[in-house]
Each structure stands twice: as structure tokens, then as C-alpha cells.
Design a protein around this ligand. Structure first.
Ligand code: GRF
Length: 210
């Protein structure tokens, strides 16, 4: 006779109850931010958004955040001219005041100075639309098609002072089709971005959660 399976299960680790406060930085439409907002609505998701900050007053993502009832703030870079650090000192003050433990860049279209990167070292994430280290910088979908790669995708990484160079936390790939244009490829990658970013953020917040 077959031995019955034991019904005694290993004891699950105690559930962490406190959510990790995060701030999201945007410059544009904020579709990745929206994916994170939706994930944060899950009761068991380990993050809560305490601030959405944009450097552009006209970023469409601001409306998305407001509709979701989130606190939003605009710190326009224009009045600061070439003084990028002065702009970032103001951003940093707002981030500190918000109580955020992690900063999530979601289509934030400014290269950060080493000063802000250092201030949030190991606590700032970015999503980039390529399989890094391939195709850092802008116009990644055009570059992927031009290079003739068969696989393309997106990467979530920690932010370091080298642009798109920080340690990789997660990647998702898609096939590149012969019929692809930069637009069709971008749309296929974006679908993956919306799955990958909340997943990686969940993994990181589980480490930070109490
Ligand atoms: C995304 O493709 C992201 O990978 C890149 O900027 C774009 C932002 O899109 N960093 P959205 O504002 O999240 O829709």
C-alpha cells in the first residue's frame, strides 16, 4: 500500500505587514507608473506609493496619479537652468519629506547627477527598454531592429552614476519579428515592462519590508 503523504507543512514565515513607502518619478505618460499603481492596490503587495513627482508640469501621468488619489508634485527643471544639482536637491528634499524608502524611476527623462544617485544609492530603480547591456540610451527599438537582433526586451536595474549601467534586477524578453517597426516592437516590449516592473519592485520591497 502506498504511504499517504504527510499533511504537516513547513511553517510559513511570518507575513510582513508594513508596506514599503515608495516615490515614483515620471516625465511623461506614466504607463509603468500605472502598472505599479495597480499592483499597489493589491492588499498583499508590499509597497505603497507616497509621492508621484514629475519634472514636467504637463506630464500626462500626473493626471493618472491624481485620479488614483495619490499625492503629486511638480518640480520643473526649467527654472534651474543648467544647475542640475540644485533641481535635484529640491527633488531630494521632497523625497525625504515624503518618507519614501525607495525611488522608482518610471520614464523619468533626465540624466541624474552623481549627487542624487549617491543620495539614493541602492534605493533607486529604473526601467530601460532594452536587454541591457545592449542598447543603453535612447531609441533602443530602432537600434535593436537596425542591429538585426532576434531578441529584445526590457531591464529593471539599480541606478548608478553610469547611465543604464547599474546592477540588473530583472529582465523580460520578446522576439523581434521581421515585420517589426520601432512602434510595434516598442508596444510588445511595453507590455512586458508593465509585468516586469511591479514584479521586480515586489521582490525588492519584500527585502525592505518589516
Ligand atoms: C518606458 O519605455 C521606459 O522603459 C522608459 O521610458 C518609457 C516610459 O514610458 N524608461 P511610460 O511613461 O512608463 O509609459
Amino acid at each position: 500500500m502506498k504511504k499517504p503523504h504527510s499533511r504537516t507543512k513547513a511553517k510559513a514565515p511570518a507575513k510582513k505587514t508594513e508596506k514599503v513607502p515608495i516615490a515614483i518619478l515620471i516625465s511623461g505618460r506614466g504607463s509603468n507608473m500605472r502598472a505599479i499603481i495597480e499592483a499597489c492596490a493589491r492588499p498583499d503587495y508590499p509597497a505603497e506609493i507616497v509621492l508621484v513627482l514629475s519634472n514636467r508640469p504637463d506630464a500626462p501621468g500626473l493626471e493618472v496619479a491624481e485620479e488614483a488619489g495619490l499625492k503629486t508634485l511638480v518640480i520643473d527643471h526649467k527654472p534651474f537652468g543648467k544647475d542640475r544639482e540644485a533641481h535635484e536637491r529640491e527633488i531630494d528634499a521632497a523625497l525625504q519629506a515624503s518618507g519614501a524608502m525607495l525611488v522608482v524611476l518610471a520614464g523619468y527623462m533626465r540624466v541624474l547627477t552623481p549627487w542624487l544617485v549617491k543620495a539614493w544609492e541602492d534605493r533607486m530603480l529604473n526601467i530601460h527598454p532594452s536587454l541591457l547591456p545592449a542598447f543603453p540610451g535612447l531609441h533602443t527599438h530602432e537600434a535593436a531592429i537596425k542591429a538585426g537582433v532576434k531578441e529584445h526586451g526590457c531591464t529593471v536595474h539599480l541606478v548608478t552614476s553610469g547611465v543604464d549601467e547599474g546592477p540588473i534586477l530583472g529582465q523580460a524578453s520578446v522576439p523581434v519579428l521581421e515585420t517589426d517597426t520601432p512602434e510595434t516592437l516598442a508596444a510588445r516590449v511595453l507590455e512586458q515592462e508593465h509585468l516586469l516592473y511591479p514584479d521586480v519592485l515586489e521582490m525588492i520591497c519584500d527585502v525592505f519590508a518589516k
